[in-house]
Design a protein around this ligand. Structure first.
Ligand code: ADP
Length: 220
């Protein structure tokens, strides 16, 4: 049962890379951004609370995202699974396709976009203690600022994300510098941080990540 955090600024490619890794290594993919967008799209009470915050490019409250993550860990329902994908969950638990799922599944998980504040890191530690999990690694995808801005603008042309506008993008990057970058130092101190170069093509970054994952999962 592994717990791997994929860390990076907006535009670093966390979402894309987390999906690829989840597919290749049979992990449950939990993206707080996707979870929140789903709440907004479904116009749930929570969605209505966070909609304007996200539109401005502000971070949503720590309690909200931590709650979403805690629930998702319990159900093992990944954000990229359209419905209850039992086969994926079974594999993420290290079970064969025909083995029954235990009542409380304990899948391996990749976290994308979480934790994003030092407070969230501390809250995650608390949750892990409760759920008898441990953080195996935090992998940071490093991309220079100019390249981040270029990519988000490029994505804005094709995405229908309402937070991909000029002003909001700038604000999301500010929020990152202010509140999220300190997360790197938090994990550096505890020796769990692995940084990789994410400035190139998707496949290049994926190759680097797979090497790290192979070592973490002791696959060669
Ligand atoms: P990106 O990394 O490109 O900014 P995400 O999909 O990860 O995109 O997040 C989109 C928005 O969702 C963020 O700008 C923020 O408002 C909210 N959000 C996502 N994850 C978190 C989190 N862990 N804490 C607070 N807010 C979050």
């Amino acid at each position: 049962m592994k717990n791997i955090v994929l860390f990076g600024a907006p535009g670093a490619g966390k979402g894309t890379q987390a999906s690829l890794l989840a597919e290749k290594y049979d992990l449950i993919h939990l993206s707080t951004g996707e979870m929140l967008r789903k709440e907004v799209a479904q116009d749930t009470p929570l969605g209505r609370r966070v909609k304007d915050i996200m539109l401005r490019g502000d971070l949503v409250g720590d309690d909200i995202v931590v709650n979403l993550i805690a629930k998702a860990i319990d159900t093992g329902r990944g954000t990229t699974m359209d419905e209850w994908d039992e086969i994926r969950l079974r594999r993420a638990c290290g079970l064969a396709d025909n083995e029954p799922l235990p009542e409380k599944p304990q899948p391996s998980i990749i976290y994308d976009g979480f934790p994003r504040t030092v407070q969230q890191c501390q809250m995650l530690e608390f949750i892990f203690r409760q759920k008898e999990r441990k953080l195996d690694a935090v992998i940071s995808i490093d991309v220079p600022q100019e390249e981040l801005v270029r990519r988000i603008h490029e994505r804005a042309l094709v995405s229908n994300r309402s937070d991909d506008t000029e002003e909001v993008i700038r604000h999301r990057l500010e929020e990152y510098e202010d509140k999220t970058r300190p997360v790197l130092d938090y994990y550096k101190v505890s020796g769990r941080l692995i940084s990789i170069d994410g400035s190139g093509e998707i496949s290049e970054t994926n190759g680097r990540l797979c090497k790290v994952m192979d070592a973490l999962l002791e696959r060669n």
